[in-house]
Design a protein around this ligand. Structure first.
Ligand code: SME
Length: 161
């Protein structure tokens, strides 16, 4: 069976450093939110090889599935529900080392073992979307990912209407 080598923490720091200007470049050429989210999810997915990378937008009282890379996912998540809805309600990045230990975790794929969710604010400071990433590895996300992904997502802020 093919051996998959996951990036180490230091690799990740380097990969994020390389990715930041690429994302800036993508966003400087494209001001449409959906196009920007689509390319950002693709860039993260191909760079890190995660199982699922995508966005949910806040539409009324729910999160609604946006651009993503990976298997089919649930399309709507309520406020305070699952990891995504909890990150939205608590307005903070959630790093879940083992999704089976997160009460109310919504399992879109049986392969997902750990997860990170990053809330994204609009220019008024309101949560307008979340970035959700699932890994097939336990404990795959750390503070390094939380900080780097938060910075990348902040680049989307001006694109929300
Ligand atoms: N696991 C998420 C649901 C979305 S999927 O992982 C793509 C949650 O608990 O909110």
């Amino acid at each position: 069976m093919e051996q998959i080598t996951l990036p180490t923490t230091s690799d990740r720091t380097e990969l994020y450093s390389a990715l930041a200007p690429q994302i800036r470049g993508l966003l400087s050429e494209e001001r449409d939110l959906v196009a920007a989210m689509a390319n950002m999810s693709a860039a993260l997915h191909t760079t890190f090889g995660w199982h699922w990378v995508g966005f949910y937008r806040v539409l009324g009282a729910e999160l609604v599935l946006g651009p993503f890379q990976g298997p089919v996912a649930c399309s709507r998540i309520g406020h305070g529900k699952g990891v995504c809805g909890t990150a939205w309600a608590e307005e903070k990045v959630l790093v879940v080392a083992n999704v089976e230990e997160f009460p109310g975790h919504i399992a879109c794929s049986a392969l997902s073992k750990s997860e990170i969710v990053v809330p994204i604010r609009d220019s008024n400071g309101r949560i307008a979307a979340v970035l959700d990433i699932d890994s097939i590895e336990l404990n795959d996300f750390s503070e390094v990912d939380a900080i780097a992904l938060d910075r990348l997502c902040a680049q989307l802020e001006p694109l929300f209407e």
